[in-house]
Design a protein around this ligand. Structure first.
Ligand code: SF4
Length: 543
């Protein structure tokens, strides 16, 4: 840029600064509609023309159209060295959620403070709750000399400031890249008497360059299981506490903790929910801040090997947990799928009944009947509708199963953190139904791949997290007839309120999903047929 250009831009800038903006202290407007005011439109146009070195609009339009083409899709699917909008998060995020499910437990992340700010804000935006989590804030010196001193300072500060009864340590990329050894660091801290020897500090290495948030959950749960039971197995007898352990995995629908507990209570089955954050992530506004609330007790965790068995609600991402539970607790972990939809909720309840000898009560049979009634009422609207679905492996599997049950077609199925074995299982499931005949399963792909799929083979709807809204926006930009609406079921959901309190598991969860999906279809139909004397062909009051 020449000196003259710079001078010219400076003068444009000072001209822009002289404009009196219309934002007023007694009438504060948010960016929308504020930026529709003329002076803001003008300012944004100057910024674009003067500073952004924008390409000509026709070139932008041309490239946009190209990115929606079959040719671009093929290139996009050849992409290897880059992930765009990955549809997964990193390991320590899962470790933090797992820890929040234990009573008076503080998640502690050994590594960079910025990572922890991200975990807190990620959960905070989804759950709309304050999220307690500390970091030992490693900086350049720790990156060179190792983070032992950070751990010593961090553990004692955390313990004395926040008074937890457990501190659960996970790691960020930085600590993993330099190879910090958590076991040695924690033991050294205890040996020096900085924190008492018997103070519980379970830990998990959670390197983010492998796996995802669900792997981190699994790793941290294994850390808890090891800490509380590995060296205390002598007096344990399988079945002696007459309970069933439930391990939820990375679960962000608070209603799912509640519905599983409700169904087990209705069956009069004793159980331990191993990691249960539903209270701490849903505290009341009554003037009292609760850093800790509810959660699995240390006693429950110590007693867990005495249960009849351990049921994994999301078995696809609980591989380490399964290994530990079968190898150390000697539990025969039942082969179950995530209890989503009709069939797999049936299977879950029948298995619990078989394990405990408790019959399935009339209340649950009635609830099942209500779900079947709802499915019958709505299936005509769902039949043959085409969906794109993405998310974590167990969740996606559950959604696909449910869509098949209601006669809908899950055409594009994408799971960034699924593996080849998982894909085989989904393919086999699709083969069991005529509604799976046109489906394709993608593992290791991201939402930019999904964007190509949605443009080149248009589904009726997308089911996934908030990040899908940008795909919807792009499809609408191409033209109303290309728009693919997003149905928000999944994690994270940042741009709608309180959906995390809903339920996707059990009959109740299937009712919620059915209601959400069928009404999205009807909303869309209304949207397409509201033209007066043009598209209002029917008596549209009743659908
Ligand atoms: S990927 Fe690594 S650097 Fe990024 S937030 Fe996660 S732990 Fe931190």
């Amino acid at each position: 840029m020449s000196l003259a250009d710079i001078r010219d831009r400076r003068s444009q800038m000072s001209e822009a600064q002289e404009i009196v903006m219309s934002q007023q202290a007694d009438n504060i407007k948010p960016s929308y509609p504020l930026f529709l005011d003329d002076e803001y439109k003008d300012m944004l146009a100057r910024k674009r023309d003067g500073f952004e070195e924008k390409h000509p609009q026709d070139k932008i339009d041309e490239v946009f159209q190209w990115t929606t083409s079959e040719e671009y899709k093929e290139l996009n699917f050849k992409r290897e060295a880059l992930t765009i909008n990955p549809a997964k998060a990193c390991q320590p995020l899962g470790a933090v959620l797992c820890t929040l499910g234990f009573q008076n437990a503080m998640p502690y992340v050994h590594g960079s403070q910025g990572c922890v700010a991200y975990f807190r804000s990620y959960f905070n935006r989804h759950f709309r709750e304050p999220i307690s989590c500390v970091s030992d804030s490693m900086t350049e010196d720790a990156a060179v000399f190792g983070g032992q001193q950070n751990m010593k300072d961090g553990l004692i500060n955390c313990k004395s400031t926040y008074k937890p009864e457990i501190i659960a340590v996970s790691t960020t990329c930085m600590a993993e890249v330099i190879g910090d050894d958590l076991n040695a660091f924690i033991n050294n801290t205890k040996k020096e008497g900085i924190i008492p020897d018997d103070f519980p500090v379970p830990y998990a290495h959670t390197p983010s360059f492998v796996g995802s948030h669900v792997t981190g959950w699994d790793n941290m749960f294994e850390g808890f299981a090891k800490y509380f039971t590995l060296n205390a197995m002598e007096d344990k007898v399988v079945g002696s506490n007459h309970k069933v352990n439930i391990v939820p995995g990375f679960e962000t629908y608070l209603g799912n903790y509640r519905v599983i507990k409700r169904m087990l209570k209705e069956m009069d089955v004793g159980f331990s929910m191993l990691s249960d954050p539903e209270e701490v992530l849903d505290t009341p506004a009554d003037g009292k801040f609760r850093m800790y609330s509810g959660g699995t007790t240390q006693e429950e965790m110590r007693d867990a090997p005495n249960a009849y068995t351990t049921v994994l609600l999301q078995p696809w991402h609980l591989e380490k947990t399964r290994k530990f539970v079968t190898g150390t607790w000697k539990h025969e972990v039942p082969k179950l799928n995530i209890p989503m939809g009709l069939d797999w909720t049936d299977e879950f309840l029948m298995k619990i009944s078989e394990i405990t000898g408790q019959p399935i009560p009339e209340s649950l049979t009635k609830e099942r009947g209500r779900l079947v009634d709802m499915m019958t009422d709505s299936h005509t609207w769902l039949h043959g509708k085409r969906f794109a679905v993405w998310g974590d492996p167990d969740f996606v599997l559950g959604v696909v199963k449910f869509l098949l049950e209601v006669g809908a077609e899950p055409v594009h199925i994408l799971c960034n953190n699924g593996n080849k074995r998982w894909k085989k299982v989904v393919d086999a499931l699709l083969e069991t139904s005529p509604y799976g005949a046109n489906s394709t399963v993608y593992v290791g792909k991201d939402l930019w791949h999904m964007r190509s799929l949605v443009f080149t083979d248009k589904p009726d709807f997308m089911i996934g997290n908030s990040y899908g809204k940008f795909i919807q926006r792009d499809t609408l930009h191409k033209g109303k007839e290309f728009e693919v609406p997003l149905i928000r079921i999944g994690f994270p959901i940042f741009d709608r309120h309180h959906l995390h309190r809903q339920t996707t598991m059990g009959y109740e969860g299937a009712m919620y999903m059915l209601t959400t999906i069928v009404n999205a279809i009807l909303d869309r139909l209304d949207d397409e047929t509201r033209g007066m004397q043009a598209t209002d062909y029917n008596h549209d009051l009743v659908r």
